[in-house]
Each structure stands twice: as structure tokens, then as C-alpha cells.
Ligand binder design. Structure first.
Ligand code: UD1
Ligand code: UDP
Length: 359
């Protein structure tokens, strides 16, 4: 069996790492294709170095652009590689433009698609990711769901075949690299931080950072938090802060984006995490750190139902209240599988391949 894995943006390198390792362990041949959506060292190469992900076999070098421009270039690039490599499966991760482009190219070439992180919905069509997810799910052959509710959502949309609840590969990554992060990362000492005495914040969604008012309200509340706030800046945030001419209060420390190992340490030892990221919401739950989601909604509703995630949008008062209140319970049920999602994905694909070979 031959698999082509499409990656391109930061969270996809993290999601691909455990799956690529599981494919290699099962003796499956994998062609790794990087779209080039993220290209700064701290947004791309560092994850390959830290997570043992081998260098991409093909780099499309697409870079940044408008949605149409970026997606179109990727579509052409992925199509060429799929035609040349003739994989049995194309694996796509998450909900970025790289995900959609690879899925669409594969669908038109009648190459089977496995979508990891299928069935997630925000029901907010203003988010580019929502279109990417819905369209990718509806052209995929195997839908790997991190949770039962994701599978139920697919059924509501009429997708019944090829749906598998496998758990979350980001939980696999967190378990797999936790000890390494503990061993290698010096980030707390470098930033002069004491465990549980700071807040960790990430902001990168266009909905948050492209709006001077929303970003201003969030930064205002963080500036009045009364404790250190560490904010690793996604390039989109850094760009918008410059464009909007915004400065931040003295307790907010803006730093460059960090690698996965430093990020895990920063998350694990934070008193609280405030974010508009999908992956970071889940990771706070993995680490048992309460999370405040700075968006109007979340795809990861299980973490909210469990009481560990508060969705507050860019509401200054609500942010301040969460920062000063103990809102989370003691219990933290296991919501994202058993840390073997990557192996389960590979088992589903190899078994489907065996059945199609014998039919
Ligand atoms: C993308 C994904 C989003 C995901 C995020 C993860 C889409 C539509 N969005 O958003 O779902 O949550 O990645 O981080 O696919 N830039 C750099 N250096 C880089 C990469 C980007 O400077 O290495 C800057 C460019 O100015 C670029 C901007 O960041 O225009 C946005 O990058 P882009 O990949 O288009 O979207 P993200 O906001 O990163
Ligand atoms: N991350 C990281 N360094 C950072 C910020 C995030 O390694 O400076 C990791 C984070 O731990 C998580 C992933 O990037 O594993 C989340 O990616 P991001 O927030 O960019 O995208 P999203 O998950 O919202 O699509």
C-alpha cells in the first residue's frame, strides 16, 4: 500500500508526526508532500526537527496569498504529484487550505481520501476552515473522527460509510513527545517564568486579529490580568499589531512562535490558557489546564461540556471574570481516545486496502 500525506500548515506537521510514525511501523510506503503554506523556520522546519518527521519528499513552495490564489496553486501542485505517485490513499489532516486542495485534487483523480479530524464543525461559515472541513468531509472515502460527536455530525449530514471514531492524533503527539519536551525544553527558565504563575495566550484567527476592535478588547483584558501573560505571536498577529500600530501593556510578553516542545512546556505549566486556536484548546485539556476560548464558538464542545473550557468571545468583562474565577471541576474525563489514534487510522486503511484487493 502506498499513501500520500498532504501537509502545509503548523498544526498539520504535529498531526502528521504520529501518523507517519505509525505508517512506517506498519511498513506502509508514504510520500510526504508539503504545500509550503507555512514557510518560516518557526512555523515549519522546527517541527520536522523536533518531531522526527522526515523531510518532505515533495515541497510545492506555494507560500502565502489570497484564498483562491493559494488554494489554486496547491491544487495544481497536488494534482501533479498524485498523478506521478499514484498512491492508494491520500491522507489529509485538519481544515486548512492545504487540506482542501489535496482532497479536491485527489477526488477529481478518483484517488481515495482519508480525512483525519473529520466531522468537526463550528457552524460559522465566516471561518474559511468551516468551508474546508465541510467540503473535505463530503469528498472523503474514510472519515477519521476524533470523537463520537464528530461521527454523529457526519451522520446528520448523510455521511454514514467509512466513518471511524479513532481518537485524536494530537493527544497521541502530546503523550509521545511529553517526556522529550520535559527533557529538552528550557523555555520557562529562559523567560524567567515560575510554574502556574503566568497565563499563556495565542491569537491567530482572522476573525480575532484582523479586527482592531476585537483585538483591542482582548489585549485590554489581558493587560489588566495582574499577572504575566506570555504570547507567542503567529505571523498574522505580528503583522496586524504592526499595521494597527498597537502596543501592549507591560505584563504582556510578546515572543516569536515557539517549537512544539517549548509550547507543550508553556501550556503544561501555565495557570490558564486563553486562545482562539483549535489545537491549543485541546492541548490545554490534555495538560489539565483551564482554557478560555476567545471566539464566539468552538468545534471542541466536549471540553466545554466537561467544564474545562469557557467560550467568551472578545468580551472584556467575561475574559476578566474567567481569569479570576475557578470555573473548572476536579474531574477530567478522557475525551480524545487512548493515545493510539494514529495506529487506529493506519489499521483502518490497511484493512480497507486488504478488502479491496480481495474483492
Ligand atoms: C492557517 C489556516 C488555519 C490554521 C492556521 C494554523 C487556512 C485558511 N488557515 O491560517 O486554519 O489554524 O494556519 O496556524 O488554511 N505567514 C508568514 N509566515 C509563514 C506563514 C504565514 O509570515 O510561515 C503570514 C503571511 O503574511 C500570511 C499570513 O501569515 O499571509 C497568514 O498565513 P496563512 O497560512 O494564509 O493563514 P493562517 O492565518 O496561518
Ligand atoms: N504551537 C506551537 N508553537 C506556537 C503556537 C502553537 O508549537 O507558538 C502548536 C500548538 O501546541 C498546537 C498547534 O501549534 O499543537 C496549534 O496550531 P495553531 O494554533 O497554529 O492552529 P489551529 O490548531 O488553530 O488550526
Amino acid at each position: 500500500m502506498k499513501v500520500l500525506t498532504a501537509i502545509g500548515a503548523r498544526p498539520q506537521f504535529i498531526k502528521a508526526a504520529p501518523v507517519s510514525a505509525a505508517l512506517a511501523a506498519a511498513g506502509v510506503s508514504e510520500v510526504l508532500v508539503h504545500s509550503g503554506q507555512h514557510y518560516d523556520h518557526g512555523m515549519s522546519q522546527i517541527f520536522f526537527d523536533e518531531l522526527g518527521l522526515r523531510a518532505p519528499d515533495v515541497h510545492l513552495g506555494v507560500g502565502s496569498g489570497s484564498h483562491a490564489e493559494q488554494t489554486a496553486k496547491m491544487l495544481v501542485g497536488f494534482e501533479r504529484v498524485i498523478v506521478r505517485e499514484r498512491p492508494d490513499w491520500v491522507i489529509v489532516h485538519g481544515d486548512t487550505n492545504s487540506t482542501l486542495a489535496a482532497a479536491l485534487a485527489a477526488a477529481k483523480l478518483q484517488t481515495k481520501i482519508a480525512h483525519n479530524e473529520a466531522g468537526l464543525r463550528s457552524f460559522n461559515r465566516a471561518m474559511p476552515e468551516e468551508h474546508n472541513r465541510v467540503l473535505t468531509d463530503h469528498c472523503s472515502d474514510m472519515l477519521m473522527c476524533p470523537t463520537q460527536s464528530a461521527a454523529e455530525q457526519l451522520r446528520r449530514e448523510g455521511i454514514e460509510r467509512g466513518v471511524h471514531v479513532v481518537g485524536d492524533v494530537m493527544y497521541d503527539a502530546c503523550l509521545r513527545f511529553g517526556a522529550l519536551a520535559e527533557q529538552r525544553s528550557r523555555v520557562l527558565a529562559q523567560l524567567g517564568l515560575a510554574a502556574k504563575k503566568y497565563l499563556l495566550v495565542t491569537l491567530h484567527r482572522p476573525y480575532t486579529v484582523d479586527s482592531p476592535e476585537r483585538l483591542g478588547r482582548i489585549l485590554g483584558a489581558l493587560g489588566r490580568a495582574g499577572e504575566p501573560v506570555i504570547l507567542p505571536q503567529h505571523p498574522r498577529l505580528a503583522l496586524r499589531l504592526r499595521e494597527q500600530g498597537k502596543s501592549v501593556a507591560g505584563n504582556i510578553k510578546l515572543i516569536d512562535p515557539v517549537g512544539y516542545l517549548d509550547m507543550q512546556q508553556l501550556e503544561k505549566h501555565a495557570r490558564m490558557i486563553l486562545t482562539d486556536s483549535g489545537g491549543v484548546q485541546k492541548e490545554s485539556y490534555f495538560h489539565g489546564v483551564p482554557c478560555v476560548t476567545l471566539r464566539p464558538e468552538t468545534e471542541w464542545t466536549e471540553t466545554v461540556a466537561a467544564g474545562w473550557n469557557k467560550v467568551v468571545d472578545a468580551d472584556e468583562q467575561a475574559i476578566t471574570q474567567c481569569v479570576h474565577e475557578r470555573f473548572w471541576p476536579d474531574a477530567r474525563p478522557q475525551l480524545f481516545g487512548a493515545g493510539d489514534a494514529a495506529q487506529r487510522i493506519v489499521a483502518v486503511l490497511t484493512s480497507a486496502q486488504r478488502s479491496s484487493a480481495t474483492s
